[in-house]
Design a binder for this molecule. Structure first.
Ligand code: HEC
Ligand code: HEC
Ligand code: HEC
Ligand code: HEC
Ligand code: HEC
Length: 485
């Protein structure tokens, strides 16, 4: 008969005898109290440092588990000594092969099962918390602070600030989880060796198809109707005139049972598949292929050439169009200098009654600065100097407004420009536009140059995407009508 106390005794003796187990026991004993204390502090929310979670779940946790595993591996493969034998593989093999002996070691098996259950519990708890930690915005966005700061900041200011990084970048399912950990490991190495590009390249070629991420929340087949877009701009004249542009965007639908696909979201209907050839930046698109539900294909070609970059062979990409080909900036919204400053006027952060503040704000925000801190100082100095020189009475009478305006311009800069990562104005542009020269975003395909063999052209008609209700008008009549004034 094997008694429980003798089992415990040989357990302890075994640990003493096997060097591997001893090392394991040492690691577990040292790590355990620290780990327990750290987890309790973390759960109570006393420590919020980003690196703290990493320390607990990525370093202490695995160290503890490693120690545990060593203890058992050491015992299991121990050879020779009789006192320790009941834990060894040799002994167990002997016992199990003989039914009479088998009943004798029942208690031992019971103990083994209990210990295993406890271990699995500890294992799962640590794995679960570690997994959650790795899925957090803090880990994705702040761990490699300098590198991810731009994406983290822009995400915080976007309509998706409450959507976790992993919901768009990984999505559900084990395959993409594993893929992301592999590429994450590569990225951590790149950060450690300082070999990552500044700024980080865009578009992201390995991004999961939007159908499996965005469409977990959005369903364009249920969209219907148009969307009124009211844009407020500020001119660079002395009085910083406010003007409005009103567009009725023909959002359309990807088509469900009730309506067929039409308008802007026609592209993402299951009935239509659009593939296109492009260069690696997806800016030059020489060929677009539309495949309809019945399998008929139309190929539109523009005759554009994909340039080779710096002696490299030109790289082409064949891609199936999805949400990201228009909504490439749903979370990382980098505004242009004009947009960023106009937004601060609209929010009331830059007072309109300082003469030429729009013009001067743009000038100050467009100088090149070495760091965010230098930009802050530089913008303040430039604006102070301009008013000191040209409007000394304003510096005296409207000091508060001037201070407010400076803060507004500094914020516009800090939210969109990141000198540490070489991100200037316009590094990351949105595709949801065509730009004033009608050559970007939608107009990569809709510029009127893509023609099929039978002479069909991808339309550049202003009215297929929107109707323009007012353009750059001071106090447009339509706005008054809409507001019931
Ligand atoms: C609503 C979806 C969404 C969320 C949430 C999101 N991203 Fe992104 N992110 C994107 C898309 C889409 C792109 C790719 C743009 C492209 O390929 O042109 C992208 C691109 C990036 C890039 C490449 C650089 C760039 O701007 O193109 C990085 C790095 C990045 N995201 C990090 C993050 C981090 C860190 C978080 C969380 C703090 C996050 N993302 C949250 C959708 C999202
Ligand atoms: C976890 C859910 C979720 C996911 C995933 C998600 N979104 Fe959203 N999205 C939302 C919510 C909620 C809003 C509304 C936010 C608001 O208006 O405050 C929104 C708003 C939007 C808007 C309107 C933004 C605006 O300026 O009003 C667009 C466009 C959009 N999402 C596109 C995308 C794209 C593209 C993706 C995939 C890369 C995506 N979303 C992934 C939940 C999600
Ligand atoms: C051909 C380009 C294009 C594609 C592809 C596209 N969208 Fe859009 N989407 C637009 C435009 C343009 C708007 C109007 C934006 C504006 O001016 O505010 C819009 C608006 C939206 C809005 C806001 C609707 C509202 O009423 O406020 C959401 C949400 C959205 N899209 C989600 C998606 C999702 C999800 C996908 C992928 C399944 C997708 N879109 C594919 C161009 C596109
Ligand atoms: C990759 C190429 C490509 C891009 C980029 C693209 N489109 Fe299209 N679009 C097409 C093709 C192809 C058609 C179909 C042309 C035809 O049938 O004549 C189309 C058709 C349309 C239609 C008419 C749909 C209907 O009702 O039949 C609208 C509206 C439209 N696009 C809006 C947009 C907007 C807005 C953007 C930018 C946000 C955009 N497209 C970007 C390729 C593109
Ligand atoms: C393929 C679709 C498409 C076509 C064709 C198109 N636009 Fe646009 N346009 C857009 C989108 C998308 C926006 C951005 C809407 C937003 O800012 O929410 C836009 C915005 C605008 C704006 C507002 C810019 C601002 O921010 O003040 C003007 C003005 C405009 N378009 C004029 C035109 C004119 C003129 C034509 C015809 C030559 C034209 N567009 C053709 C898709 C299109």
């Amino acid at each position: 008969m094997v008694s429980l106390s003798s089992v415990m005794l040989s357990f302890i003796k075994g640990i003493q005898k096997s060097r591997i187990s001893l090392l394991g026991a040492f690691i577990t004993t040292v790590v355990f109290p620290v780990l327990l204390g750290a987890i309790i502090l973390d759960m109570l929310g006393y420590v919020t440092n980003t690196y703290y979670g990493f320390f607990i779940y990525m370093i202490l946790g695995p160290a503890f588990l490693f120690g545990l595993v060593l203890v058992f591996v050491g015992l299991f493969f121990f050879k020779g000594s009789r006192e320790v034998q009941i834990f060894t593989m040799e002994y167990l093999q002997e016992q199990v092969s003989d039914p009479v002996r088998f009943t004798r070691v029942k208690k031992l098996i019971f103990l083994g099962v209990v210990l295993t259950v406890v271990n699995i519990g500890v294992f799962s708890l640590l794995a679960y918390s570690g997994y959650h930690y790795m899925e957090s915005n803090e880990f994705c966005g702040q761990f490699c602070h300098t590198v991810m700061n731009p994406e983290y900041t822009t995400h915080q200011n976007s309509p998706h600030s409450n959507v976790h990084c992993v919901e768009c970048h990984i999505g559900s399912g084990a395959a993409w989880f594993a893929k992301s950990k592999l590429s994450g490991t590569r990225q951590i190495i790149a950060v450690a060796l300082d070999t990552y590009p500044r700024p980080i390249h865009t578009p992201v070629h390995g991004l999961r198809p939007a159908g499996e991420t965005c469409e977990a929340c959005h369903r364009p087949e249920l969209f219907h109707g148009d969307k009124l877009v009211i844009r407020e701009h500020t001119l660079d004249d002395e009085v910083n005139s406010k003007v409005n542009t009103l567009l009725m965007m023909k959002i359309g639908s990807a088509g469900d049972r009730a309506v067929s696909s039409h308008g802007i979201h026609w592209h993402v209907s299951p009935e239509n598949t659009i593939t296109y050839l492009s260069d690696a930046t997806r800016q030059v698109i020489p060929e677009v292929t539309l495949t309809r539900a019945d399998g008929t294909k139309t190929v539109f070609r523009s005759g554009a050439k994909i340039d080779s970059v710096k002696g490299e062979k030109s790289k082409t990409e064949l891609r199936t169009m999805d949400c990201i080909d228009c909504h490439n900036r749903p979370a990382h919204v980098y505004l242009s200098d004009e947009e960023a400053i106009d937004l601060k006027f609209a929010e009331g952060k830059i007072p309109r009654d300082l003469p030429f503040i729009k013009r001067e704000a743009l000038k100050a925000a467009n100088k090149s600065y070495k760091s965010a801190a230098a930009a802050k100082v530089g913008i303040a100095a430039d604006l102070q100097a301009f008013y000191q020189q040209n409007y000394p009475e304003i510096v005296k009478q409207k000091q508060a407004q001037l201070v407010q305006a400076i803060a507004g311009v500094q914020a516009a800069y800090a939210e969109n420009v990141f000198p540490d990562m070489n991100i200037g104005w316009g590094n990351y542009t949105s595709l949801l536009q065509h730009g004033p020269d009608f050559d970007k975003g939608c107009f990569r395909c809709h510029g009127g140059e893509h023609e099929s063999d039978s002479g069909e052209v991808i339309s550049s008609d202003c009215n297929i995407c929107h109707s323009i209700l007012a353009e750059g008008e001071n106090d447009p009549a339509i706005l008054k009508t809409l507001r019931g004034e």
